[in-house]
Write a protein that binds this ligand. Structure first.
Ligand SMILES: C[S@@+](CC[C@H](N)C(=O)[O-])C[C@H]1O[C@@H](n2cnc3c(N)ncnc32)[C@H](O)[C@@H]1O
Length: 331
């Protein structure tokens, strides 16, 4: 793969394409031309927040708003209080379980693990991914991708053996890789998965990757949290149909921090008290008039108004039964 890669410096629309893979030219990170690449083609691109990976076939840039480190730090580390929660679990003698959904090029999980280095936690990390192509590409580009530095050897080992220890990274615990379709795995009653404490949910956008953002998938993740455990899930999407799906799947849902001052995000939790800005009744009103509020069902992406049945179920969600002190739903 390496000899097929050429490096160039192109400044286009604020994004510099600094890598080119298999001779495919990226015109702009978010506007790669149709039909120029086959599945498995990736580029290193420069976002405003640093170098990231772009999938030509999927026409998606990983972490396009703020770059990998800033986005993962704001979205997952800070917003889910990962350092403090992992520390508390360590003090209580419990494992802290992180689900890294959509390992991709490893930007999220490397940033999270770097933040947890030196802490007392015993970690169990599960990375889910249907293709190792972006990671394999990224590892060849470690010089261009600062988030991978110090983690590339461990990631290579992970792809080779499937489960690795974390000691060389200054952490305690283990890291597992599950390669395959996450939507099938998480819904498979025979699949054994540890109850997650934190879910980094980073699929492609709902319009491009609808199966991952469906009500059945969010319900399956919720059902994997054992009774008596609390979990949080954070994601970059603020789409109404993602939030209705999470609510109807049994999560409490709040507005998440904006990334780089631009995109608001979403945090879901099994405990309402864990949300800093729970959606209020104004979200219900917005969902009722939205033309894209009906949760996806695992089939094709489609925009639809909330059905009467789901509107009633949403109205009965415990999140909306008492007046919240701060109604964040009008955001
Ligand atoms: C935005 S990228 C993830 C970026 C990654 N978190 C990072 O920090 O580099 C989305 C990833 O989700 C993966 N994905 C999409 N659908 C999937 C599925 N059904 N099962 C498992 N992985 C999936 C894609 O292959 C892709 O690598």
């Amino acid at each position: 793969m390496g000899e097929e890669i050429q490096f160039r410096q192109l400044l286009l629309g604020g994004l510099a394409v600094i890598g080119e893979h298999r001779g495919v030219k990226v015109i702009s990170a978010n506007q790669a031309p149709d039909g120029v690449a086959s599945q498995g083609d990736y580029q290193v691109v420069q976002t405003v927040g640093g170098a990231s990976v772009h999938s030509v076939a999927d026409r998606e840039t990983f972490h396009p708003v703020a770059g990998p480190e800033a986005e993962a730090t704001a979205l997952y580390v800070r917003q889910m209080g990962l350092v403090e929660r992992a520390q508390r679990a360590g003090v209580a003698g419990e494992e802290f379980v992180i689900w890294d959904v959509g390992l991709g090029a490893g930007g999220n999980i490397c940033t999270v693990l770097r933040a947890l280095q030196g802490g007392a936690a015993r970690l169990r990390v599960i990375s889910f991914e249907r293709t190792l192509a972006p990671l394999e590409f990224a590892i060849t580009q470690v010089d261009q991708l600062p988030f991978l530095r110090g983690f590339d050897a461990k990631l290579r080992e992970l792809t080779e053996v499937g489960t690795v220890g974390l000691a060389e990274l200054g952490l305690a615990g283990a890291w597992e890789l599950r390669v395959g379709d996450f939507t099938g795995l998480v819904r498979d009653a025979h699949a054994v998965l540890p109850s997650p404490d934190a879910v980094l949910f980073d699929a492609y956008s709902p319009a491009r990757n609808p199966a991952m953002w469906s009500l059945p998938v969010f319900a399956a993740i919720r059902s994997r949290v054992l009774p008596g455990r609390s979990a949080q899930l954070a994601t970059f999407s603020r789409a109404t149909l993602v939030r209705t799906a999470l609510l109807l799947a049994g999560w409490f849902v709040g507005s998440g921090e904006s990334i780089a001052g631009k995109e608001e995000t979403t945090v879901a939790a099994t405990e309402r008290a864990d949300l800093k800005a729970p959606l209020g009744r104004s979200f219900l009103r917005r969902a009722e008039v939205s033309d894209a509020a009906e949760p996806l069902d695992g089939g094709e992406y489609r925009r639809a108004r909330l059905s009467a049945e789901l509107r009633d179920r949403l109205g009965r969600h415990p999140q909306f039964q008492e007046k919240p002190a701060l109604d964040a739903g009008n955001r």
